[in-house]
Design a protein around this ligand. Structure first.
Ligand code: FAD
Length: 465
């Protein structure tokens, strides 16, 4: 290890950091289980060094040296991933993207912008907002994640129902391959030039290349925004309203349906107990928004929805990115996590019921709830939250894993995808083989072998052994 560190220091100097705190801070992401273990005095192993290249050519040089010496490299955005994709190991270096930040280029006429991959999401949004645009990508973690991390995890934003997810919002990427070669995809609204190479890196979680630049197709800031809300008798009724709206061709960017437990938690003063709150946000030119608001209200009423105070939408806007730290729960002996999955419309009600009921049967579970927050013509995403307090505190990790297994098994039984937007990391790695099937798994491993023959890129994440 000391030889490669000497080599890297020879070119990058102090930008190869060996400080204990720095290495510890870069040896994990925001996975609840790592945080739980750390709170019990079992932090993850530390990486040997944190390497901070300043540009693509330095990333290329670092990767070429790591490739030659077989040194594992863990790409690091801002560490907000929640699946354990970042986990320290003493024979690895973290490659931080924090030196590759900022707006490289904004083209008002074409509505495009390109950023260094390490740019914080909220900085990227602010830069395009200053020119009258939005990225259209508003993950809850926009202030603590990078644009490169969004691509690497196939992230989703809160406005995805109209604007799409990260794969729909980017034009092109620049990626450094494991051996240091640089791939730059064409800047074009679309192409028919064989398989789309960007897709190899979308969701690759640092295992196939290091993304160094991301080009976006921008959206003009909407002329008008309007919110409205309804409540429904149960999740099925609310899901049916979303299905009809989306399949009818209406395009509200935000469609969020909360189950009774979450409705009561978020809107205790407005939503009647036992009912499911459904919030819509409409955006676009004034006449379109007006027509859409009326049409969606009619669909909701026809399907049994009753009006809810529209201020619930303002409340959501105000609180939407607030999250309590894991540690505040662990202190009280509570273990918790969120699990987002996806499925077709015909399975959504059954998946909701089955996951809630099987997770609720795990010993010590206090609550299991869900909402739907990203919808498509063909189906929706369900986002579960569980909290558990086992009688015996030493069982917190077991309980955590049992809750995960209950939801993953429900997805397997009903049919759906084990992750809608958080990715695989380590928490879902054991479930990926079944999801992909033997041919899919073989193909994924072949791609890994071709792109990273010495397996230096983020070993242990995403790809099952
Ligand atoms: C409070 C909170 C709210 C969240 N809300 C959302 C949400 O609304 N939607 C959503 O999709 N996710 C959400 N997440 C999850 C997380 O923010 C996303 O997965 C995000 O895309 C990770 O970005 P990051 O820059 O922090 O990546 P990191 O956590 O640093 O890395 C994530 C993975 O990507 C790899 N990686 C990072 N950058 C690069 C790069 N440049 N090249 C190659 N590989 C790279 C890493 O090796 C790792 O495998 C949330 C997380 C938190 C903590």
């Amino acid at each position: 290890m000391s030889e490669i560190i000497e080599l890297l220091r020879g070119r990058l100097g102090e930008r190869v950091s060996l400080g204990d705190e720095d290495r510890a801070a870069h040896s994990h992401d925001y996975w609840a289980l790592t945080a739980l273990r750390s709170s019990r005095g079992q932090p993850p192993p530390q990486v040997a060094a944190v390497v901070r290249p300043a540009d693509t050519s330095e990333v290329s040089w670092v990767l070429a040296r790591c490739h030659e010496t077989g040194t594992p490299v863990i790409p690091y955005g801002l560490g907000s991933g929640v699946c354990g994709a970042i986990m320290g190991r003493p024979d690895a270096v973290v490659l931080s993207l924090e030196g590759l930040t900022g707006l490289h280029h904004l083209d008002e006429h074409n509505g495009t912008a390109r950023f260094g991959a390490g740019t914080r999401g909220s900085d990227a949004e602010a830069a395009v907002a200053a020119e009258g645009f939005t990225l259209g990508h508003q993950p809850q973690s926009i202030g603590v994640s990078t644009v490169g991390g969004w691509v690497a995890t196939r992230a989703s934003g809160q406005f995805s129902t109209a604007y799409g997810n990260i794969e729909d919002l980017i034009t092109d990427i620049e990626v450094v391959l494991a051996d240091g070669r640089v791939l730059r995809t064409a800047t074009t609204p679309r192409s028919s030039t064989g398989p789309d190479l960007r897709q190899l890196f979308l969701g690759s979680e640092g295992t196939l290349g290091v993304i160094t630049e991301v080009g976006f197709s921008l959206i003009r800031r909407p002329e008008s925004t309007a919110g409205q809300a309804f409540h429904f008798v149960d999740m099925e009724a609310g899901l049916e309203a979303i299905r009809v709206v989306v399949q009818s061709g209406w395009a509200p960017p935000v469609a969020r349906l909360y189950d009774p437990r979450e409705s009561l938690h978020h809107f205790p003063e407005d939503c009647p107990e036992g009912r499911c709150a459904l919030l819509w946000v409409h955006e676009g030119p004034v006449p379109r928004v007006e027509v859409e608001v009326d049409a969606v209200a009619r669909i909701c009423a026809d399907l049994g929805g009753e009006s809810l105070n529209p201020s619930t939408v303002d409340q959501w806007f105000e609180h939407r990115n607030r999250v309590s730290p894991w540690e505040s729960f662990f202190e009280r002996g509570i273990v918790l996590d969120t699990i987002e999955v996806g499925c077709s419309w015909d399975r959504a009600g059954e998946l909701y019921r089955r996951a809630v009921s099987s997770c609720s049967r795990v010993d010590g579970v206090l609550s299991v709830s869900a909402h739907s927050s990203h919808s498509y013509r063909a189906g929706t995403a369900l986002y579960f939250t569980f909290l558990a307090r086992p009688d015996d505190g030493s069982l917190m990790e077991n309980t955590y894993l049992e809750c995960w297994a209950a939801v993953m098994d429900a997805v397997g039984e009903v049919g759906g995808v084990i992750s809608h937007h958080h990715g695989i990391g380590r928490v879902r790695r054991g479930y990926l083989a079944e999801q992909l099937g033997p041919v899919g798994l073989d193909l994924l491993r072949s791609i890994k072998g071709a792109l990273d023959p010495r397996a230096i890129l983020n070993p242990g994440a995403l790809i099952p052994d």
